[in-house]
Design a binder for this molecule. Structure first.
Ligand code: XMP
Length: 426
């Protein structure tokens, strides 16, 4: 077992940044709400404590604080001050934490992703025994890493269900089948639900109506598959650490709603939810994915919305319009990767607008579709700034799209940030 540091949360601020700082020094840590601190100190036997404090503790918090002090563990007090997040990123701060962890607490600093992987696999194996587990695999990072972790723990007792909504990017389903079905030899069910989704979406152009239909249809398709499989003991959820601490550790974990998994518990016959990566930050989930041997292109994926390309075809969704979008999106991604920008841009994609405009091709007048390119830098998707992609990259993308994709004769680049725009167009 590895050294553990508990961050006791009195302040509801900076906990995530403190946790990052400690984990970067290869020591595992967890954030605990102050009212649960005493019990957790007793049960988890931490090497030291970081008290994340504010000036105004109420009476009961003050009592807890006194009781914690009586435990006589190495303790570091971090008072919440203005600009704390900046200070936390400074080398001085790293030095302070480092001497607390290694000199005061005598931590060994040996926490590695590989250890986390093998510990998790052993724990999952013990917890699950010979029981059955069901996982909704979206192809996104979190669900992929969960699936592989469970597969390594319990092999064919795990069934993964991937729903092909017809709103996926080019080759996406093949990549999932290749990696998880073939390479990892998982028990993988791919449901071909394109026709179902497209017929439900036919004639619908309002963005929120599309989202609702896609979300509901996803649940129906998954429910039908789950019925075929029958009762399972565990359902997997790809909750990650920020989902828990951003919602405030003071309350029990509030899981972010995401249509891919948010509605599932009510339609699947299961006994318990397991969340294998709930203690990890996003980049740690990626590092775990690499440690587990998941292909790089799946581990380093950009965020992709649950409703998929359905909200990137502006207006009515048809198979033909989706195919057009898919090809433009593929070309944009390909050129971004060729230019070496794929790791530095948060999200980049194309949008099929509902605008047609006049153009000229081989001396013929055309009246074809306009495609928008969108690329943004962001840290948490709450705000974003448009990416200053070099002109020659934009030029290459533009030329390729109008040459290779039929019925597209105009490319525009979206130069708005969030706010006032959102990242997606719908
Ligand atoms: P916006 O467009 O609101 O997007 O700036 C912020 C982030 O969330 C993603 N996004 C979604 N993800 N279901 C999702 O799971 C959705 O309906 C949805 N809409 C937007 C978007 O891609 C960006 O990363």
């Amino acid at each position: 077992m590895h050294d553990l540091i508990l961050i006791i949360d009195f302040a509801e601020q900076n906990n995530q940044a403190i946790a990052r700082q400690i984990r970067n020094l290869n020591v595992f840590c967890q954030v605990v709400p102050s009212e649960k601190a005493l019990a957790q100190i007793d049960s988890k036997n931490p090497k030291g404590l970081v008290l994340s404090l504010t000036q105004n503790l109420n009476e009961s918090e003050q009592r807890i604080l006194d009781a914690i002090v009586e435990k006589n563990l190495p303790t570091f007090e971090f008072s919440c001050i203005e600009d704390a997040s900046k200070i936390l990123q400074s080398p001085e701060c790293e030095q302070t934490f480092s001497s607390f962890l290694f000199d005061t607490c005598q931590c060994s600093g040996d926490w590695k992703m590989q250890d986390f992987a093998s510990d998790s696999i052993a724990n999952l194996r013990e917890k699950i025994g010979d029981k059955k587990v069901l996982c909704a695999l979206s192809g996104g990072v979190d669900s992929s890493v969960c699936a592989v972790l469970l597969h390594k723990a319990i092999g064919k007792q795990l069934t993964c269900v991937f729903v092909d909504t017809g709103l996926m990017r080019l080759n996406e389903r093949n990549e999932v089948e290749e990696a998880f079905g073939k390479q990892f030899d998982m028990n993988l069910i791919c449901v071909d639900a394109e026709e179902r989704f497209l017929s439900k979406l036919s004639g619908v152009s309002d963005p929120e109506a599309k989202r609702k239909i896609i979300g509901e249809e996803f649940i129906r398709v998954f429910e039908a598959e789950a019925k075929k499989i029958g009762a399972v003991d565990f359902l997997v959820q790809g909750t990650i650490y920020p989902d828990i601490i951003e919602s405030g550790t003071k309350n029990s974990a509030v899981i972010k709603s995401h249509h891919n998994v948010g509605g599932l518990p009510s339609v699947v016959d299961f006994k318990e939810i397991i969340e294998p990566v709930r203690d990890l930050f996003k980049d740690e989930v990626r590092a775990l994915g690499v440690a587990l041997g998941i292909p790089e292109h799946l581990v380093n994926r950009q965020p992709f919305p649950g409703p998929g390309l359905g909200i990137r075809v502006i207006g009515e969704i048809t198979k033909q319009r989706l195919d057009t979008l898919r090809l433009t999106d593929f070309i944009f991604r390909d050129e971004i990767a060729k230019a070496g920008l794929d790791k530095s841009i948060w999200q980049y994609f194309t949008v099929l607008t509902n605008l047609r405009s006049v153009g000229v091709s081989s001396d013929e007048r055309t009246y074809s579709q306009a495609v928008a390119l969108r690329a943004v830098h962001s840290v948490d998707a709450m705000t974003a700034s448009w990416a200053r992609i070099p002109y020659d990259v934009l030029d290459a993308v533009s030329r390729r799209i109008v040459t290779e994709v039929p019925n597209v004769n105009r490319i525009v680049y979206d130069v708005t940030s969030k706010p006032p725009s959102t990242i997606e167009w719908e």
